[in-house]
Design a protein around this ligand. Structure first.
Ligand SMILES: Nc1ncnc2c1ncn2[C@@H]1O[C@H](COP(=O)(O)OP(=O)(O)OP(=O)(O)O)[C@@H](O)[C@H]1O
Length: 401
């Protein structure tokens, strides 16, 4: 999860491959539309167009888009492997474009590490020496680099495999070696380019889970590229969706799924099950007006229900903790108002959910009751209510999409 300030800042970044005159590059900054027209005539490829975003310290920022949308080019602009045509990348406030070759080397060898799809392991070196490779480049002595390599191998669960060659390991294990190699230099930023895409679906899921746990421990800023929405939703704090070199939307997984910025994103997220991404808190409504009916007359409560078209009222104690729920029938049969100390016996058991429960869990609870589902915090206080009609609306939206 996000920690401190802005770690990476990208401003009006362009990368155009092909024969581009200096004059055309200059025009990009001032009059991009006109410049682009010239460029397309010249047969240039505009890989990244006017991209702006930032990544916070400690954040997992996922860049998602179809093949050819410019993700890899963008990622390689971050560590200066590709020089942008125009615009700037700032790492901790320092412009990558203005760095001396020495600074750039330090940036790539120490501050940022990259993990690739096809592992890029050295085939004739042991697992241990592969992991120690980045430290070797930094000039760290053999004993120390092996000690640190062992530490990270342990972290990725490969402590017993240090003497093996990469080819003797499964794909999942090789990718863990790749990850360990990146982590061994203790970088502040990890750039991951389709890092799990070569793995079988099951192993991939497992890697994603392990990765999330690992990130909790090592606390890095991560830019992760994928063309897989499922992966993006599982890993990301925020997602940037790219299309034809542009970022068309940046948002949390929930924002991307619930509020796609355009048809392209909508199409992308259409295939995903909303029940996994949407949480109870996203669809709950305030139980308006606040319900603590212990000192109200039942007839008044019935009128209150009519006025607000409520299926039932939730009974809370003075601290707003839910003690029960009353239906119309129960209220009509009540001679006196229900009291805090004596909640109506039949009404105490209510299927409730925590605010971060996924929609699928809310649906499960809803199957066990005909009433709305209250959303409770850890101490049992009522935060909101999910009505059955809202739930149905959400589900049918998912079906339509
Ligand atoms: N070195 C290059 N020279 C010319 N064109 C390039 C070069 N690298 C990338 N491109 C083009 O730039 C566009 C963006 O490519 P890029 O590899 O960044 O996309 P991507 O989203 O990472 O795709 P993929 O998922 O397939 O790797 C594509 O049209 C690609 O053909």
């Amino acid at each position: 999860m996000a920690g401190g300030g802005v770690k990476i800042q990208v401003r009006n970044l362009w990368k155009i491959f092909g024969n581009l005159s200096g004059e055309a590059a200059e025009r990009l900054a001032s009059d991009p539309e006109a410049a682009l027209e010239d460029l397309s005539l010249n047969g240039c490829t505009v890989a990244v167009r006017a991209v702006d975003f930032h990544v916070n310290e400690g954040e997992i920022f996922v860049i998602m888009g179809l093949s050819g949308s410019g993700k890899s080019t963008l990622l390689r602009c971050l560590n200066g492997i590709i020089e942008p045509t125009c615009g700037e990348v700032l790492i901790d406030g320092e412009g990558v474009g203005a760095m001396t070759p020495k600074r750039l080397r330090a940036l790539r060898q120490q501050k940022m590490a990259m993990v690739f799809q096809h592992f890029a392991l050295l085939p004739y070196r042991s697992v241990l020496d592969n992991v120690a490779f980045g430290l070797e480049l930094q000039g760290v002595g053999k004993k120390e680099r092996r000690r640190r390599a062992r530490e990270v191998l342990d972290l990725v669960g490969l402590a017993d495999w240090e003497r093996y060659l990469p080819a003797e390991l499964s794909g999942g294990m090789q990718q863990r070696v790749g990850l360990a190699r990146a982590l061994a230099v203790d970088p502040e930023i990890l750039l991951m380019d389709e890092a799990f895409s070569a793995l079988d679906p099951l192993i991939r899921r497992q890697m994603q889970d392990e990765f999330l746990k690992l990130v909790e421990i090592v606390k890095k800023t991560i830019v992760f590229i994928t063309h897989d929405l499922d992966e993006a939703l599982r890993l990301a704090d925020r997602i940037a969706v790219m299309k034809e070199g542009r970022i068309v939307q940046i948002g949390t997984p929930e924002q991307i799924v619930m509020d796609p910025a355009d048809d392209y994103v909508e199409e992308f997220v259409g295939a995903v099950s909303r029940t996994r991404v949407i949480a109870a808190r996203n669809i709950m409504a305030e139980p308006r007006p606040w319900i603590s009916p212990q000192d109200r007359d039942p007839r008044e409560l019935l009128r209150h229900m009519d006025r607000h078209n409520l299926e039932c009222v939730f009974v809370t104690d003075a601290a707003r903790r839910l003690v029960g729920v009353l239906t119309r029938e129960e209220l009509a049969g009540q001679g006196r108002p229900p009291r805090d100390a004596e909640p109506p016996a039949r009404s105490v058991r209510v299927p409730a959910v925590p605010p971060d429960a996924p929609l699928s869990e809310v649906v499960e609870r809803a199957a066990a009751t005909s009433k709305p589902i209250p959303v409770l915090d850890e101490s049992g206080r009522i935060l909101g209510v999910i009505s059955r009609s809202r739930l149905l609306r959400e589900l049918s939206h998912g079906l339509k999409a």
